[in-house]
Design a protein around this ligand. Structure first.
Ligand code: ADP
Ligand code: MG
Length: 469
């Protein structure tokens, strides 16, 4: 087929596509752009060959041959860097799963100040500590960057400004020591870390990922092959916990979730009848915006003064706050239970051999959430797997481990140039779905707000495995 670009000379075409050069995943970007520009097959191949010769390559092509002696897990040592939201994290992990170090610098003071994540402030905070966090991860592992086999870094989804800080640092280290680099999907990392902590966890399995920015239900068929069963149509559950904590005047220094969980233990979960979201939508999508509004109204009606810290509140006031926390938590988790039950049923229809149900992401540290979802898992005949809390909230170990899993499959980029210019545009994917949507799970509410920037991780990996047609 000769497309719209058919009449242009190859030199002009090459010039037009040169802006792709700084991107590490050239091939996948080219596929997207070639359909937009209606490139013919020979034009596509010409551009790809020319650009690849000049610079980088695709993240999902095999470069195994360049890396000698890396087949043995014990020999493989990967540094993982995570800066997608408000935690600056780094860790060093060995191919056999041994965690050599783990460092997290959280922006709790900023969270207290702004009651949420302010991207510009978060970027500055990452930039202030990134050198120290990565160096400290190496020091604690008793290693230098020379000892590393590769560097893994979260490239999306997340806040673009924040992701960039981690990617720059990862490329600086990888460039200086000529190490391969692995671009990691944040939500895949939350999922796969369960395979580090539970070595029996084989594909396929179902996973619920719950954090401040995401609610995601997936069927994990294989490494890099995910089907999205449901996602949030507005706020994620962690955001609802954080706002509830803020409005109740709780101590946010460890983020809102733990504060609500703790106070909820004192309250009556049935004292306020909040409405469970989306009960009439028989799908696996999530919505927490309405529950947030219900909580705000309940707080208003009880005359709670959030300016007064909980420790100074009267016993009556404390009781009211605890009742709201407990009632909120009960319904927030009922929503999870109802969706998870359905998702496990859907997944078992596709993959009857499923034995495990993974729950990960920051909110999975919550003991009430774990206990309720354990019951759902038991009812459905599968086993609940939750990583320990320090590996549920954002961390560098999950990034390093995901890097290890992909590296061992030969999926990584070659080392960046040692003298990469400061203003290089990096491959960063703030909105990046993990997998394609399960057809039965599509809701009208979702399809209306589907502004995607990147093709899903699964489609990129599946696509690169097949020859171009
Ligand atoms: P992100 O959304 O940045 O990826 P994490 O995966 O680290 O972040 O999750 C952070 C979220 O997890 C926050 O919204 C926090 O309130 C929530 N969280 C952490 N611990 C708990 C808990 N014990 N109960 C409920 N929510 C929690
Ligand atoms: Mg997270």
């Amino acid at each position: 087929m000769v497309g719209m670009a058919g009449s242009l000379s190859n030199t002009i075409l090459l010039h037009r596509f040169k802006f792709l050069l700084p991107f590490s995943s050239l091939h996948t970007k080219l596929i997207t752009l070639s359909s937009k520009h209606k490139l013919g097959k020979s034009q596509f191949q010409f551009i790809r060959t020319q650009l690849s010769a000049n610079y980088s390559t695709t993240q999902f092509n095999s470069h195994k041959t360049q890396i000698p002696n890396m087949q043995n897990g014990d020999d493989l040592i990967i540094l993982g860097i995570e800066t997608s939201c408000d935690d600056t994290a780094a860790a060093v992990v060995r191919g056999n799963g041994e965690i050599l170090s783990q460092v997290v610098s959280s922006q709790a003071d900023l969270l207290v100040q702004y009651g949420g994540v302010a991207p510009k402030m978060a970027e500055e905070a990452h930039s202030r500590v990134i050198n120290q966090v990565t160096q400290s991860a190496l020091d604690k592992a008793n290693l230098t960057a020379k000892d590393l086999s590769a560097v893994a870094v979260t490239i999306g989804p997340g806040l673009g400004l924040c992701l960039r800080v981690g990617v720059r640092k990862a490329r600086e280290i990888a460039g200086s020591f000529q190490l391969p680099i692995i671009g990691v999907h944040h939500m895949e990392a939350h999922t796969l870390v369960a395979r580090l902590t539970d070595r029996n966890l084989q594909f396929p399995f179902v996973a619920l990922l719950i954090s401040g920015g995401h609610n995601l239900l997936i069927l994990a068929r294989d490494l890099g092959h995910y089907i999205q069963l449901g996602t949030s149509i507005d706020d994620a559950i962690g955001e609802a916990y954080d706002k509830t904590a803020k409005w109740l005047g709780l101590d946010m220094r460890r983020s809102g979730g733990p504060a609500v969980e703790e106070l909820a233990r004192e309250g009556d979960p049935k004292s306020i009848r909040f409405k469970t979201p989306m009960l009439h939508h028989k799908d696996c999508n999530f919505s927490y915006a309405g529950l947030k509004t219900q909580v705000k109204l309940a707080i208003g009606s009880k005359d709670i003064d959030a300016e007064i810290p909980l420790s100074s509140a009267s016993s009556h006031d404390r009781r009211s706050r605890a009742d709201i926390a407990a009632s909120f938590q009960r319904v927030a988790v009922l929503h999870l239970e109802e969706r998870c039950e359905r998702a496990i049923e859907w997944a078992l229809k596709m993959e009857p051999s499923i034995k495990y149900f993974v729950v990960s992401g920051g909110v999975a540290s919550n003991l009430y959430v774990r206990a309720r979802l354990d019951q759902i898992a038991k009812n459905k005949g599968v086993q609940l797997v939750c990583p320990p809390p320090s590996l549920c909230t954002d961390n560098g170990v999950m990034v390093a481990w995901t890097g290890i899993e992909h590296f061992q499959m030969g999926r990584f980029d070659p080392p960046p140039p040692a003298d990469e210019p400061e203003d290089t545009v990096h491959d960063i994917r703030p909105r990046w779905p993990l997998g394609e949507e399960y057809a039965e799970g599509r809701s009208e509410a979702r399809s209306m707000r589907k502004a995607r920037i990147h093709p899903s991780l699964t489609s990129l990996i599946q696509g690169s495995a097949q020859p171009l047609s």
